[in-house]
Design a protein around this ligand. Structure first.
Ligand SMILES: [Cu+2]
Length: 163
């Protein structure tokens, strides 16, 4: 049954392509502070402005990179607001995977860096009314998921037909 095998191979290749498309559509990597990186900012609103200019989605990665004497610590909202040291911090570079919705708080624990604005809130799936509408990649992913489901069921059917 050569034609049977050929159609199965075609389905499998399509699946691989679809999975690749879905990954491409969902995952984005953001470097905190862009070219400035994670350091003492020029003003206290620098990192909140930076975060406000992005739309973070589930599956995205936020990357903290720096040189010199800094740390990156994930804090509670209270620790973030008061610039108090959570006690556990990381050294450069740190990649944070955004695997859940909601807000996460990051600060530098060195000296008064946090007070000077080296702190950032990353919010995934913001429900705030000022947030921008979701980018078309969301719809793209939904279509990809539907197609993937269709292709995999075709594959299963052709598999049993071939037997
Ligand atoms: Cu610092």
């Amino acid at each position: 049954m050569a034609s049977c095998r050929a159609s199965m191979i075609a389905c499998l290749s399509l699946m691989v392509v679809m999975v690749g498309l879905m990954k491409g559509a969902t995952a984005a990597e953001y470097v905190v502070g862009d070219s400035l990186g994670w350091t003492l900012p020029p003003n206290t609103s620098f990192y909140s402005d930076w975060a406000a200019s992005k739309t973070f989605q589930l599956g995205d990665v936020v990357s903290f990179n720096w040189t010199g004497n800094h740390t990156m610590a994930e804090a509670t909202k209270e620790e973030y607001d008061n610039c108090s040291d959570p006690g556990i911090w990381s050294t450069t570079p740190v990649n944070v995977n955004l695997i859940s919705a909601g807000s996460r708080y990051f600060i530098c624990t060195v000296g008064d860096h946090c007070e000077q604005g080296q702190k950032v809130t990353i919010t995934v799936g913001s429900s705030s009314p000022t947030s921008a509408p979701p980018p078309p990649s969301g719809a793209h992913t939904t279509v990809a998921s539907l197609l993937l489901g269709l292709i995999s069921s075709t594959l299963v059917i052709s598999f049993f037909t071939c037997m």
